[in-house]
Design a protein around this ligand. Structure first.
Ligand SMILES: [Zn+2]
Length: 194
């Protein structure tokens, strides 16, 4: 076999697709977060298995207090080949959570209010994590779904249910899961307050 072909094969098996490669400054550009909040935020480069059956590398902004839990759960999802669509800091969506959800983008930090309220979200401190939001949409008590293009199919491995390994592992580490809430069901949402 030609040595170049062999080299190409070796390289292509280790191929990681880069979905995002921002600096911390670029990833936090335009946020309204005060300095003391920004000082607690870190930018993580993490790998995940995506819908093209390839390993991708994306980025997520989280609070330092939950950094180890987030790294742990991404490593576990990668090992289990649980598909994550993409993970790009929300600055790329002009800090618009609706646009990010519609695009099935996984994210954490966003200095914003809880939808339809003037209460700061746990995302504002980087202590909340939204995974595959379009495939794990929110259902409000009036039956409305968000994002509007959401799809929830509980036969799929990426759909969160009470016995999903991600839900169980995060709860073990003190996280809450939005699927447990009764006022609304936020299936893609996890948070850890302290
Ligand atoms: Zn959320």
């Amino acid at each position: 076999m030609n040595i170049l072909i062999l080299l190409f094969m070796l390289l292509s098996t280790n191929e990681v697709i880069i979905d995002s490669k921002l600096t911390l400054k670029e990833a936090t550009k335009g946020t309204k977060a005060p300095k003391e909040v920004l000082d607690s935020i870190v930018l993580l480069d993490l790998e995940y298995y995506s819908f093209d059956n390839k390993v991708h590398k994306g980025q997520i902004l989280v609070n330092k207090a939950v950094e180890e839990d987030v790294k742990y759960i991404f490593n576990l999802m990668l090992k289990n080949k649980m598909q994550i669509n993409k993970m790009i800091p929300i600055v790329k969506y002009n800090w618009d959570d609706d646009k990010s959800m519609e695009d099935n983008n996984t994210s954490a930090f966003n200095y914003r209010f809880v939808a339809n309220t003037t209460r700061l979200s746990n995302h504002a401190l980087g202590r909340a994590l939204d995974i595959n939001p379009q495939l794990n949409p929110v259902f409000y008590s009036d039956g409305k779904m968000s994002p509007p293009n959401g799809k929830r199919d509980t036969t799929k491995a990426y759909t969160f249910t009470a016995d999903h390994f991600v839900v169980k592992e995060l709860k073990k580490r003190g996280w809450r899961w939005g699927g447990d809430w009764t006022s609304l069901k936020d299936y893609h949402h996890f948070d850890k307050l302290d």
